[in-house]
Design a protein around this ligand. Structure first.
Ligand SMILES: Nc1ncnc2c1ncn2[C@@H]1O[C@H](COP(=O)(O)OP(=O)(O)OP(=O)(O)O)[C@@H](O)[C@H]1O
Length: 486
């Protein structure tokens, strides 16, 4: 597309030029000045405002009035906010203005339409208890500017989201969840019991970070945007459907869904024991970690893991290969039954291994970040058909603290005492004399025998990228370096 220029007189009578290119919208008032991509337009500002086209939310034309809504940063380090700029095209330009607005919307949404009908769940109890304010002040104005129809429910009790998801109408374009990871867990479990379960799992879920860990949002949007509700709202409008593997979690005769993690041992203790510090946001996990290191509790359990890969270098190579070739594809219903029913050891080149040494923790899951401070699964991929299973051997307090330095960049991946497997299934059995906790997607479960199987590509999320956003830039770090340079 060659650039399209529209001349507009703004509300205070200043002549401006709006130039549309394939990648951005430039708004020039008066003489040009150095381009400042993050600068919002202010009256009498003579600079050029350069808006990435992805940040444009709506372009409307009514009688002789053109309005552009977009998100931008007030400063390079701040989060995104909603801005509007408007004015009147010259009389001769009225017809061209219509053409220009159509082209701008087509560029802004890459030829697609913004979602029309959204179901929104707001959990007033999530994280620091600010979900309502976050939704009303930041998210709703952006979704309204894009012309979406919003059907909002505030959850009133635990499992309310399960009940809502069980009966969810299938005609929503997306389900927006203003909370943390716990509410997403509830929604997926509601879908499991939906009368048209497979279709329900095709409704794309978009998280808006208003919980404590917000792991899913961090994994979809990255560290800079993952905790920014406006960036997450932009993802609701612009994200593509990304198919992700989910997990079937079976305990006794109870089957549930898990999408993010299961953990036992020290990491589980932290999650539960810092519950009352929810007001601290994700800092509660660091505080909990330091408290737990003093106790250094050992966890005794028997693990059987159906391993497909355990070579750490090969897993990194596979991750980078996937990032280079990933693309979006159209979602199709996927069976809720496991594709790995065959428990025969060695089936499909996979081998069951046993691990029963006491350990500090076992953490299994999908998505690099479980919270901003912990990249627990750096080589995780959305739909490789595997769950990443990690086991931290018992090490000294000093070694543990050293090893966790750089945990936000996945540095402990390379620790020799951190066993890392790509698996299609695993079973965990707590040993009789051991008390302990089991946490699934951040929620407490009975510390009893359970098993997990991967359900390939069952879930659907909205994502700006066809892969997880966070990068794992660390190549192999020598064990000695891990010990010394911390
Ligand atoms: N109105 C409510 N009152 C009390 N609890 C609620 C209410 N609505 C939902 N819940 C419960 O709040 C819990 C916490 O929600 P969620 O996990 O989304 O936030 P979080 O724990 O702060 O974030 P994260 O899981 O990202 O750390 C969920 O288990 C959910 O069942």
């Amino acid at each position: 597309m060659s650039s399209l220029e529209l001349t507009i007189t703004d509300s205070i009578g200043v002549l401006t030029t709006w130039t549309l290119t394939e990648t951005s919208l430039h708004i020039r008032t008066g003489t040009s000045a150095p381009s400042t991509p993050w600068l919002p337009l202010r009256p009498n500002n003579r600079a050029v405002t350069q808006i990435p086209i992805r940040n444009v939310i709506a372009v409307t034309l009514s009688s002789d009035h053109v309005e552009v809504s977009y998100v931008a940063r007030k400063s390079p380090k701040s989060g995104l906010s909603l801005f509007r700029v408007s004015g009147s095209p010259s009389k001769e330009g009225a017809q061209f203005a219509e053409q220009w607005c159509g082209a701008a919307m087509a560029a802004a949404y890459q030829g697609r339409s913004p979602p029309k009908k959204l179901k929104i769940l707001v959990n007033p109890h999530g994280g620091q208890g600010k979900a309502n304010t976050i939704y009303e002040n930041k998210v709703e104005p952006i979704l309204r500017a894009a012309g979406c129809t919003l059907d909002v429910t505030r959850t009133t009790h635990t499992n309310h989201a399960v009940e809502l998801a069980e009966d969810l109408s299938l005609d929503y374009d997306a389900l927006v969840i203003v909370s943390g990871d716990g509410l997403i867990h509830e929604v997926l479990n509601g879908f499991l019991n939906h009368a048209q379960s497979e279709k329900a799992f095709c409704i794309p879920i978009a998280p808006i970070p208003a919980g404590s860990g917000n792991g899913l949002s961090l994994n979809l949007l990255g560290l800079q945007d993952g905790l920014d509700p406006c960036a997450a709202a932009l993802n609701v409008l612009k994200g593509h459907a990304l198919k992700v593997d989910l997990f079937s979690f079976t305990q006794g005769n109870q089957k549930r869904m898990s999408f993010m993690s299961q953990t036992v041992g020290l990491m589980a203790d932290i999650d539960i024991e810092t519950e009352h510090l929810r007001w601290m946001g994700d800092l509660r996990f660091i505080l909990g970690f330091l408290q737990s290191v003093v106790k250094l509790p050992a966890c005794k359990m028997e693990l059987s893991i159906k391993v497909a890969e355990q070579d750490k270098s090969k897993m990194v190579d596979a991750l980078h290969a996937r990032r280079n070739t990933a693309s979006f594809d159209s979602p199709s219903p996927t069976s809720t039954r496991s594709e790995h029913p065959d428990d025969t050891p060695g089936s499909s080149g996979e081998t069951w291994i046993k691990f029963d040494k006491p350990c500090l923790w076992m953490y299994a899951g999908k998505g690099p970040y479980v919270s901003r401070t912990l990249m627990q699964f750096p080589v995780s991929q959305p739909d490789d058909g595997f769950i990443d299973v990690t086991i931290q051997e018992i090490v000294s307090r000093k070694e543990l603290l050293n090893g966790m330095n750089g945990a936000d960049r996945g540095r402990c991946y390379w620790l020799g005492s951190n066993h890392y497997f790509k698996a299609s299934a695993y079973r965990a059995k707590p040993l009789a004399d051991s008390g302990g906790m089991l946490v699934v997607d951040g929620e407490p479960f009975p510390f009893e025998e359970y098993q997990v199987e991967v359900l390939p590509r069952l879930g659907t999320l909205l994502s700006p990228h066809p892969h997880y956003a966070p990068e794992f830039p660390l190549r192999e770090v020598k064990e000695s370096d891990l010990r010394q340079k911390t």
